[in-house]
Each structure stands twice: as structure tokens, then as C-alpha cells.
Design a protein around this ligand. Structure first.
Ligand code: ZN
Length: 416
């Protein structure tokens, strides 16, 4: 679950950037794709620097130019962009009380940046990064009746209709002069042909999606069409196994895909939650039946994690804690301590008034790191699986409130 950890870190950074704003149009964002020459970027930014001299407000002008200076000086040490490119966010952040602080964040995204962007505004440009963060999970969608079928996919939050097909299946009422038996036989053949065609289209579309990205398939339509379609084995056997559920929908064109998704909302949310629930169920059962296979609370879990005893590290999404490292400037004594971040609390307040237990000198914070990030990092080194749990269900809420948002399932019985 390395991926989850990286995405978490990335998401956290995005959230931080989203909260930053400038007093004027003075925050600079630069996205550099991997193939871009740094020298091109440098000359473009110098150009912007020159144009910034036309800005009327003196403070905005100064702030834009110092942001550009800062970016240019950093670029001096980069020969070429890293494999996925690089995004730079720099500007005078409004820190209240009539003060600003020149702040630079550099992000190397987990996936490549697609195009070069220069952007100057009162907030940072985050859309290209948000797109990268977007879900890659894909669901296959089929809506059908005997006359029409549409095949599409849901990727992240976007629905795309990819194939549309109609049939020549005659209506239920036969024309005069035709034998009832013959009519119904012909109609059945036409229906079978149409289902086969839908199956072929669906196989073509869904089998092209990387297996690990296709989470499941949803099928919608009136009864008994959708049931007949599934029973008839028109879908490739691998895809048949991925059918999550069927739903009644009344449209079978593109709008039917939206109707299908609406109907399937509960099922989809359920799948996400199911994974989290499974982990929490296992933890709760062990807690009752075999407590020595569990650990909870940050200190206990930390000890178990350090010892390599954790099979699964369970962290609440709501956990908002930081781990500070303190060092005594006089005697070098150092230690770590975690703090809950209360909304509105500044990290500057951390450790205020603390003195060295050895020599009573002042302590300095030498490192400050998000606890979820830090513990996930240790877990990664120890081969421990990490599960990040939302508070959208009862046990998830309990994890946060009753267990301090940190718990673990252990590999062996121990008393941590
Ligand atoms: Zn000391």
C-alpha cells in the first residue's frame, strides 16, 4: 500500500497550498513538464520579471519580483526537470497582522506534469496537481434494452459513453399474416444477435482497461433484459466475474449511464467503505477475542511498529497530529513528542516553555512532521500494511474517538 502513503503525503501538501493566499495578485505558480528545458523556463521567467515592473501597486510589484527572483535562484541548481517534472509555488503569503512571508514549496508529483504553466494570482494554481490526484479507478457501465444499448466507463468522477448501438428487434406485436410461433422465433434470434453484439462491444471496451484499474461493472436496464443479458454469458468470463450489481433504469442512451450511476451510488460507496470496514472488523474482533494481537493509542502502536510487530497499521483520516523533535542547544539532549493540532493552532506554539530536563536550557524544535506521514513511513520500512480509515461509519468514528486514531493488528501475540 505504498501508493496510499504517497498519495496521502501529496494530498496533504495540496491542502496546505490551498490554504495559502496573497494580499494581491502576487503568488507565482510554475509547472515544468519533464521534457521542458530549464533554460527556456529561466528566460520566460526573466521576461515575466521585466513585465512585472509595470505593476502599479508597489507591494505587489515587489512581491511578484521577489517570488520570481527566488524561483530563478532555485532553478540555477536544477539541470533538467525530474522524471515527472516539477511544480514550484512561490509568493508572499498573507500571514495576518499586516505581514507577509515569502514562501516556496516545490513538488515533484507522482505522475508526469503534462504542460508548462506560468500563473500569477492571489492564490496558487492547483488544478493540474488535483487532476493527478484524481482517482484512476474505473467502473464499466452498460445500459440496455432490446432496442438500444450504451456502453461507457466511469473514471474518477467522469462518465464517458464509448459505444452506442441499436437493434432491429421487432416489437412485441406481430404483423397480420405471420404465424405467432414463427414471429416469436425470429424475434428471439434477433434478440440473441443483439445481446451478442452488445457483449462484443463491452468486451472490446472493458478488456482494454488495465485489470487492476477496472474495479467492477454495473448493468442497467428494464427487466428482464438485463437479467437475460447476464445469464446468456454474452460477456467475457473475466468480465462476468466483475459484475457488481444490476439496476432498473429507464433510459438506454447516454443519459441512461447517468441514471445507472445514480441508482448505483449506494453500491459504489459501499465498496470503498467495505475495505475499511473489513480492517476495522478484524481489529474489533481481535480486541475482544485475542487482545494480545492488537495495539492501540499512539505510544503503544509506535512501540509495536518500531519492533516490526505490526501486520496492519490502522490510522484515522481525521488524525491531525504532528511529531516534534526537540534538541537542547546547550547539551545536545534530544527527544520526540507528539502534539494534537487544534484548529487555529500555529505550529510555532509547539514546545513553548519546554526546557531541557538535563540542564534547563531552552529547547529548539529541529523537526516537525505529520504523524500519519511519519508512522506510514516507518510502516513502509517494516513491511507493514497501512489502512487509512474514514469516520464515515461507526467503527471508523470509534477508531478516532476511542483509540486516538491509531491502532494496529499485530503479527504475533505480545503485550505492548
Ligand atoms: Zn540540555
Amino acid at each position: 500500500m505504498v501508493e496510499e502513503f504517497d498519495r496521502y503525503e501529496f494530498k496533504k501538501k495540496l491542502e496546505e497550498l490551498r490554504e495559502k493566499s496573497g494580499r494581491g495578485t502576487e503568488l507565482v505558480t510554475v509547472y515544468i513538464p519533464p521534457e521542458k528545458q530549464i533554460s527556456d523556463v529561466t528566460s520566460q521567467l526573466r521576461d515575466e520579471h521585466g513585465q512585472a515592473s509595470n505593476i502599479k501597486s508597489k507591494s505587489t510589484r515587489t512581491n511578484v519580483q521577489s517570488a520570481l527572483d527566488s524561483i530563478l535562484s532555485r532553478l540555477r541548481y536544477i539541470k533538467r526537470p525530474p522524471e515527472n517534472g516539477i511544480a514550484i509555488f512561490c509568493g508572499a503569503i498573507d500571514i495576518g497582522g499586516d505581514k507577509t512571508n515569502l514562501d516556496t514549496t516545490i513538488i515533484i508529483p507522482p505522475e508526469p506534469i503534462r504542460s508548462y504553466r506560468y500563473h500569477c494570482d492571489s492564490s496558487f494554481l492547483l488544478e493540474p496537481l488535483e487532476e493527478i490526484l484524481e482517482d484512476k479507478k474505473t467502473y464499466g457501465l452498460i445500459v440496455l434494452d432490446k432496442r438500444e444499448a450504451t456502453i461507457g466507463v466511469l473514471k474518477g468522477k467522469t462518465i464517458s459513453a464509448l459505444k452506442h448501438t441499436t437493434s432491429t428487434v421487432p416489437g412485441k406485436t406481430r404483423r397480420g399474416g405471420q404465424s405467432a410461433q414463427r414471429f416469436s422465433r425470429l424475434r428471439e434470434i434477433a434478440i440473441h444477435e443483439f445481446y451478442t453484439r452488445i457483449g462484443e462491444h463491452a468486451n472490446e471496451v472493458f478488456l482494454a482497461i488495465p485489470r487492476e484499474e477496472l474495479i467492477g461493472i454495473l448493468i442497467g436496464g428494464p427487466s428482464p433484459t438485463k437479467e437475460e443479458f447476464i445469464k446468456g454469458e454474452f460477456l467475457h468470463h473475466e468480465l462476468r466475474r466483475k459484475v457488481l450489481d444490476i439496476f432498473d433504469v429507464s433510459y438506454t442512451d447516454e443519459s441512461g449511464l447517468y441514471e445507472l450511476l445514480d441508482a448505483a451510488k449506494g453500491t459504489l460507496e459501499g465498496i470503498e467503505l467495505m475495505k475499511e470496514k473489513k480492517v476495522m472488523d478484524r481489529f474489533m474482533k481481535l480486541l475482544v477475542n485475542d487482545e494480545k494481537l492488537t495495539a492501540y493509542g499512539e505510544d503503544e502502536v509506535r512501540t509495536a511498529l518500531d519492533a516490526g510487530a505490526c501486520e496492519v497499521l490502522i490510522l484515522s483520516e481525521e488524525l491531525n497530529k504532528v511529531r516534534a523533535t526537540f534538541e537542547c542547544e546547550a547539551c545536545g539532549y534530544n527527544f520526540e513528542k507528539s502534539y494534537n493540532l487544534i484548529p487555529g493552532m500555529s505550529t510555532d506554539e509547539i514546545g513553548k516553555g519546554l526546557t531541557c530536563p538535563n540542564c534547563k536550557s531552552n529547547l529548539k524544535v529541529t523537526d516537525l512532521v505529520d504523524v500519519v506521514f511519519e508512522l506510514s513511513g516507518i510502516a513502509k520500512d517494516r513491511g507493514t500494511e497501512v489502512a487509512i480509515i474514514s469516520t464515515d461509519f461507526e467503527e471508523g468514528g470509534q477508531l478516532f474517538r476511542a483509540f486516538g486514531g491509531v491502532a494496529a493488528i499485530l503479527r504475533y501475540r505480545s503485550g505492548f
